[in-house]
Design a protein around this ligand. Structure first.
Ligand code: 9D3
Length: 235
């Protein structure tokens, strides 16, 4: 799968994509990540990518022109298997279902918003979708793009060493958080690992994990449990 990122901070992505699972997948030829400097598509002496909002107001907006030229140069034909996504604070929420959908694509182009925003014609006429990664204010779309690439890449065949680990987890098929997990030592500063996990009775362990996952989800994410019970009651 090919990812394209259009940004005014191309150096930002050295960190996130040159480590761990994403780097390994790139080395194995499973992913390509192309980071494009938006200023490539500017032609004035100052390589201007931003301008003041019509109607007045604080701050600067990313101009439509360079963004349209960038996307048209990177994806000259827009096919079924490719998508253009604007990452902005005004987007619909990115979630695991969206990650699964994107993992079925051949090519994904992510536009990173910056400054106070992006000329609205980009959301209306250039991007297929406008997405946010959550309800908090970031200073631009770059961190969001790294989040989307990571979440999508690890769902691709062969990217994780263990092929089952992408489904058997939080937000997987069950919609629950992971059960609590422990590793050695069995007692740390007086806090003991639950006896059932040390006992070796696999049926008891399986039951304990199911119950502990439901309890942890109820405590940490009651919204996920509410969504599950709506589902099972047929909405
Ligand atoms: C909603 C606040 N806006 C009111 C003036 C200002 C504003 C905040 C943050 C304008 C741009 C940004 C930059 N953020 C992103 O580009 C962004 C983002 C985010 O802030 N939160 C969650 N997901 C994303 S994806 C891109």
């Amino acid at each position: 799968m090919k990812f394209h990122i259009v940004t005014i901070f191309p150096d930002f992505f050295r960190g996130p994509f040159e480590h761990g699972v994403v780097q390994k997948a790139r080395d194995a030829g499973l992913l390509e990540i192309h980071v494009h400097d938006l200023r490539t598509w500017t032609y004035d002496r100052h390589r201007t990518v931003d301008d003041r909002p019509f109607g007045g107001g604080e701050g600067m907006l990313l101009k439509a022109g360079p963004l349209f030229e960038a996307v048209e140069a990177i994806l000259p034909e827009r096919s079924e298997g490719s998508k253009v996504v604007l990452l902005s604070a005004q987007g619909k929420k990115f979630d695991q279902a969206k990650a699964r959908e994107f993992a079925g694509l051949h090519e994904l182009l992510l536009i990173c918003g910056r400054y106070e925003g992006v000329d609205e014609r980009v959301a209306e006429h250039l991007a297929d979708e406008e997405l946010s990664i959550g309800d908090y204010v970031l200073s631009g779309g770059e961190l969001a793009a790294a989040v989307v690439v990571d979440a999508v890449a690890r769902l691709r065949e062969g990217v994780l060493g263990n092929e089952t680990s992408a489904v058997d987890e939080s937000f997987g098929e069950e919609g629950l958080l992971d059960w609590p997990q422990y590793t050695r030592p069995a007692e740390f500063r007086g806090w003991k690992v639950p006896d059932v996990l040390i006992g070796g009775n696999h049926e008891e362990i399986r039951k304990w994990r199911g119950k502990a996952a439901r309890e942890k989800t109820a405590r940490q994410r009651p919204d996920l449990l509410a969504a599950l019970s709506l589902e099972s009651s047929g909405k």
